[in-house]
Design a protein around this ligand. Structure first.
Ligand code: GRF
Length: 216
């Protein structure tokens, strides 16, 4: 089966992007990373993508002022120019309009550093600590117009440990992000994920959580 053509959208460090690029180096992986696109010209991840031999593009949102749709039309033409079939948001720090999200319905993934629907938005690690959560984690989900919502493809939990700081907890979560994003993209690229009434079925079954340290 032809590998799905994937673009990764980033704004910064790009460690999830690297995890996806690494997974896709295996020619048996069902997706290939064709393009890394950043809205931020200085994004650290762009250098790593280039070093990995992946085509990069910059669509700087500042050039479009308040016109979000014009920015997104520029994104869309880059994606179309590269015949992209699936898009992965990986630390992409722009909210997308319903117009863009609709273009990519069922083909647009995001990773969020929390066990959604808990802790949508920013500063998830600090908020999990402040709430006294016993577990925290990461979620890969399809993007819908409402922020950090949408059908969950994969989720992994980590414990919150005594003495954790925002940094130690973030590092523990990031390690599982790097594991579940390639797993989730694999499932989607293989066509094994179906959206049914707002949730995902994988091979016809409801999604189960991956626990840290165990395999899916
Ligand atoms: C990750 O924690 C991801 O879950 C969130 O933004 C962060 C991006 O990190 N959406 P990186 O750029 O992938 O290193």
């Amino acid at each position: 089966m032809a590998r799905k053509r994937v673009a990764i959208l980033i704004s910064g460090r790009g460690s999830n992007m690297v995890a996806l690029i690494e997974a896709a180096k295996d020619t048996a992986y069902p997706a290939e990373i064709v393009l890394v696109l950043s809205n931020e010209p200085a994004a650290e991840g762009l250098k790593q993508a280039t070093a990995a031999g992946i085509k990069t593009a910059i669509v700087d949102h500042r050039q479009f002022g308040r016109d979000r749709e014009a920015f997104e039309r520029a994104l869309q033409s880059e994606l179309e120019a590269h015949s992209i079939e699936l898009v992965c948001l990986a630390g992409f720090l722009r909210l997308l309009t319903p117009w863009f999200v609709r273009q990519w319905e069922g083909r647009l993934l995001n990773i969020h550093p929390a066990l959604l629907p808990a802790f949508k938005g920013l500063d998830t690690h600090a908020r999990a600590l402040a709430a006294g959560a016993k577990e925290h984690g990461a979620t890969v989900h399809f993007v819908v117009p409402e922020m950090d919502s949408g059908p969950i493809v994969a989720q992994a939990a980590v414990p919150v440990l005594p003495g954790d700081t925002e940094q130690t907890l973030a590092a523990r979560v990031l390690a599982v992000e790097h594991r579940i994003y390639p797993q989730a993209l694999r499932l989607v690229a293989e066509g094994r994920v179906r959206i049914d009434g707002g949730r995902c079925l994988i091979d016809g079954q409801p999604v189960h959580q991956f626990h840290s340290g165990t395999h899916s």
